[in-house]
Design a protein around this ligand. Structure first.
Ligand code: PGA
Length: 253
């Protein structure tokens, strides 16, 4: 049975004091519905060490929102895998559509980052997703396929075992427009069958594919109830303990 991973992407929100309040609030409220459900929080870099201390020994795992493809060096403003690990991270979100759109990250770069993360014991959550224009002009499947092939280039089966894919339609992120469960399920099926072609059916069967894009307490259960939806990457609704806890509670499988 696949794990269900509920991850909160805090984006550029929460200073240190707010971080403490959110993590402590979540620890007090959250009930993980089964052992199969994994909860990850991804605060901004400046909050990782503090959040890492607070979640130590709890069921909450720590992740980052980005990472350099380099080990170390003169790369002003960048953060390495080693820094993330020393703050307590086990996961790292890579290739979020905001990184692709505003910071011009390519599938090639995301692939390099993902391989660097895995080689150093971090689990990547790799994002893919089409824009509204791409969906409406009928090229969605081609875009998703190109992204998935690109970000997973030269991955081994062992690499796949620690990788999560997040399908996040760009038009649903932060807009309040969610893909319908059927729309999301269709793309998740496409991604899973591509993984089967690129690797093999058992890799595809065990691949965790999250949905992201305006996941809220009132739509989480239906989305997470789809056969090929194995979790959620949550933005806005992860910034409050009650809404993120409600989404976690909806993750029954
Ligand atoms: P949202 O963001 O839940 O606010 O739409 C999701 C994401 O960008 O990961």
């Amino acid at each position: 049975m696949r794990k269900m991973i509920i991850a909160g992407n805090w984006k550029m929100y929460k200073d240190l004091e707010e971080t403490k309040q959110l993590v402590n609030g979540l620890k007090a409220q959250m009930k993980i519905p089964s052992q199969n459900v994994v909860v990850v929080i991804c605060p901004p870099f400046t909050s990782l060490a503090v959040a890492g201390e607070l979640v130590r020994g709890s069921a909450i795992k720590l992740g980052a929102q980005n990472m350099s493809e380099h080990d170390e060096g003169a790369y002003t403003g960048e953060i390495s895998w080693k820094m993330l690990k020393s703050a307590g991270c086990e996961y790292v979100i890579l290739g979020h559509s905001e990184r692709r759109q505003y910071f011009h990250e390519s599938n090639e770069l995301i692939n390099l980052k993902a391989k660097k993360a895995i080689a150093n014991g971090l689990r990547p959550i790799i994002c893919v997703g089409e824009t509204l224009a791409e969906r409406e002009s009928g090229v969605m499947e081609r875009i998703i396929t190109t992204q998935v092939r690109g970000v997973l280039k030269d991955f081994s089966q062992a690499d796949m075992a620690v990788t999560t894919i997040a399908y996040e339609p760009v038009w649903a992120i932060g807009t309040g427009k969610t893909a319908t469960p059927a729309q999301a399920e269709e793309v998740h099926k496409t991604i899973r069958s591509l993984a089967s072609q690129l690797f093999n059916p058992s890799i595809a069967e065990s691949l965790v594919i999250q949905y992201g894009g305006s996941v809220k307490p009132d739509n989480a259960a239906e989305l997470l109830g789809q056969i090929d939806i194995d979790g959620a990457l949550v933005g806005g609704a992860c910034l409050k303990p009650d809404s993120f806890s409600a989404i976690i509670a909806a993750a029954k499988n």
